[in-house]
Design a protein around this ligand. Structure first.
Ligand code: FMN
Length: 435
């Protein structure tokens, strides 16, 4: 008798956005200058569609950071968290090259005007036949805010107050054309029914917009909303709006308590928690033999230590805290951040060296080994957590890694009966609600 296992969702996080990948590593490809072209990301998305993933998500931030040593030197020299091309230019290429997989684009509520964002995301949903999503971020780095004329980021919790009103307005604009407003009746010479297109007249605390949106309702109506709030305020924002929540957790227990918490918060907003899919970041290392995979995992930790500046600069950007002022073996104090509070909290009480060694690993989870072994580990985690899936991420993305996951691990998950073997639907929301 075979045990029936819970099926789960798989998605991919294009960490460090539409930027250079593995440019100084083996398997980075024959032409490092080609990073400005969409090809690697098209290959990725096609491979993930072959493997029946739910979606690919393009990370973004729009500044050259200077948090580490109050200088942009490390960031520019090593291509650390920058440069990044605009993700909304990449998304249509990924959509055009595929037909089923979802494509989620990160766009910041402090950087985009809400009308502009509603229009852009509506257009992406039209051209993708309902496969698009928006990763709602509020921004975190002061350097980013300064590019948009602010002195620094708004205070952390106020950013989410603003984002609540922002998303409310965007939803009104998305829905300002009734679903059947566009009739295109050639005989009657009616393109769209004026009675079914409504101004929104939004007059809020932070935003104003007359509406209606200058485009008809998109196939999904509301493109899928994705969010990653980790703080208490961020979680309640995600619980109110998100249909898929992406999260980083350091242990199985932390995954379970995060998921339980956002589900309870969602129920508090009158939502059905089963309509929210919480996906946890994971970076499996798979190879033909367990010991080869283990050796690769150790080599990654060693690499992090030999490029300490690179990794510490990245942490500095995320938290807004300059990690150059700490000794490698100094136990970090209780860190306070106006940026990514969850990451700052996770660093507190550890030494920078420990952070570097553990950068891609999780405390009690070891997704390292043959595809079959890793598939079992992932399935066991989901059994314990209760759902809903994983968000793959590998910052130094290569075609080798893509193949290992899409053609190695995904088939092992399918064999185990925890991952779909074929798409049943055409739109992103339907993939998410399939189980
Ligand atoms: C998997 C994951 C992906 C994220 N992607 C982005 C991103 O693309 N751009 C961004 O500005 N922030 C991104 N964030 C940061 C979140 O939006 C959020 O600010 C962070 O998780 C901290 O939570 P908090 O804002 O509630 O403190 C990401 C976070 C996680 C965990």
């Amino acid at each position: 008798m075979t045990m029936s296992r819970t099926p789960f969702h798989l998605a991919w996080f294009i960490s460090k956005g539409y930027g250079p990948k593995a440019w100084r590593m083996p398997w980075g490809g024959p032409n490092p200058h080609a990073w400005v072209k969409p090809d690697l990301f098209i290959n990725l998305t096609q491979a993930l569609e072959r493997a029946c993933f739910d979606y690919v998500m393009i990370e973004d931030s729009s500044n050259i950071p200077y948090t580490y040593r109050n200088s942009h030197d490390v960031y520019v020299r090593y291509a650390c968290d920058s440069p990044k091309l605009d993700p909304s230019v990449l998304a249509p290429f990924l959509i055009q090259a595929t037909s089923r997989i979802g494509v989620i684009t990160t766009l910041s509520t402090t950087e985009y005007n809400p009308f502009l964002l509603a229009r852009l995301t509506n257009a992406l949903d039209h051209v993708s036949d309902g496969r698009s999503g928006w990763n709602v971020v509020t921004g975190s780095n002061d350097g980013g805010a300064q590019n948009f004329g602010l002195e620094r980021q708004f205070p952390h919790d106020e950013r989410y107050e603003m984002a609540d009103e922002y998303v409310e307005l965007v939803c009104k604009l998305w829905e300002s054309w009734e679903p059947d407003a566009m009739v295109i009746d050639q005989a009657a010479e009616v393109f769209a029914d004026p009675a079914k297109v409504h101004p929104v007249h939004h007059e809020g605390r932070y935003f104003r917009s007359r509406g209606p949106l200058s485009a008809p309702r998109a196939p999904q109506g509301r493109p899928v909303i994705c969010q990653a709030g980790g703080s208490a305020r961020g979680r309640s924002f995600a619980a109110r709006w998100a249909e898929t929540i992406i999260a980083k957790a350091g242990s199985v227990a932390a995954m379970k308590s995060f998921r339980d918490d956002v589900r309870a918060r969602a129920a508090g907003f009158g939502r059905d928690p089963d309509q929210i899919k919480v996906l946890f970041q994971i970076t499996p290392i798979v190879d033909a033999f367990d010991d080869v995979a283990q050796e690769r995992r150790k080599a990654i930790a060693r690499e992090a230590l030999t490029h300490a500046e690179f990794h510490l600069a990245s942490l500095s950007r995320l938290t807004g805290i300059d990690f150059s002022k700490f000794d490698l073996d100094e136990v970090l104090p209780d860190l306070k951040s106006n940026g990514h509070q969850t990451i700052a909290a996770a660093c507190s009480g550890k030494t920078p060296r420990q952070l570097l060694e553990g950068s891609l690993s999780l405390k009690d989870i070891d997704p390292t080994g043959t595809p079959d072994r890793v598939a079992h580990v992932m399935s066991e985690i989901i059994e314990e957590v209760g759902g809903d899936g994983f968000l793959f991420t590998y910052p130094e993305l290569t075609r080798r890694y893509i193949t290992e996951i899409a053609d190695g691990l995904a088939p092992a998950l399918q064999k185990l009966g925890v991952h779909r073997k074929a798409y049943r639907h055409g739109m992103l929301r339907d993939h998410l609600l399939e189980y």
